[in-house]
Write a new protein. Sequence first.
Length: 268
Amino acid sequence: TRRTLLAGMLLSVFAVAGCGKKAEEPAASAASDAAPAVAQVAEYVVGTDASYAPFEFQNDQSQIVGFDIEVLSAVADKGGFKVKFVNTPWEGMFATLGQGDRDILSSAITITDERKQSMDFSEPYFEARQLIAVGKGVTDVKTFQDLKNKKVAVQTGTTGDEVVQKLLGKTSSSIKRFESMPLALKELETGGVDAAVGDNGVVINYVKNNPQHGMTTVEDLQSFAPEYYGFAVKKGNQELLDKVNAGIKAIKADGTYDQIFNKYFGTK
Ligand code: ARG
C-alpha cells in the first residue's frame, strides 16, 4: 500500500541520516544505534537582503554568498543546526521574525537599542561604521556636516538613514531613500544626489568596483560611532539564540572566524 511504501521511504531516509550521524560521531553508543537518528537536525530559515556585497549578495549562479553567509553557516556547523538562506527585502524583514516566516536574520544588521525592543540579537560578529560616498566633481565634502545643504541617498530604514535624518531632518526632501543600497549608490553615479551614506564595507566595495563613475569616500570618525552587526531571532527565542551564540564563540575560538574575515577583508 501507499502507506507501507511511504513508511519504507521514511525508514531509508532515517537509515541514511543515521549513517551520516555515525560518521560524525564515532563514539555513538549502542543505544543510539538501536534507535537510529530519530532526532533530526533542525533547519532554520534565514532571511537576508542579498544586495549587500560583500556581506550578502548573489553570485553569477544566483547563489546567495558573502561574509555573513559564511559566518552564519560556520556558526550553524558548530551549533549543530542547519540554515537555509532566503533572499528577503530589507523593508519588512524584521517583521518576518514575528510572523514566523524567518527564524534568523543575517543581513549586516546593526544592533540598536530600538531594534532590541522587537527582536533578540546574538553577540556581535562584526564592527562597522557609516561612510560617506560623494559623486564625481563634489569637492566640498570633508565631514558629515558638509552634507547639510546636499542631496543624500540612503537605504530606507538603515542606520545610514537614521544618521542622515538627524542631520537633515526626518522629512527633509534632501534625503532620497531607496529600497536597496545599490539603488542608492546608482543614484549617486548618475548624479541624482551629491552623496550617499551607508555601511563602510558596502560603500567601499561598491566604489572600488565601479571606478568609471569617479565616486570617492569620506570618512568621519567624529560623527559616526562604531556599529556592531548581530544575527537576529524572534524575541524570546532563547533556545535558538543560545545555539547561535555558542556557534559564534566556537568559530572565534578555533580560528574559523578569522579565516572568513581575512578572506573578505584581509588581515585585521
Ligand atoms: N547595518 C545597517 C543597519 O542595520 C544596514 C544593513 C542593511 N543590510 C542589508 N543587507 N541591506 O541598518
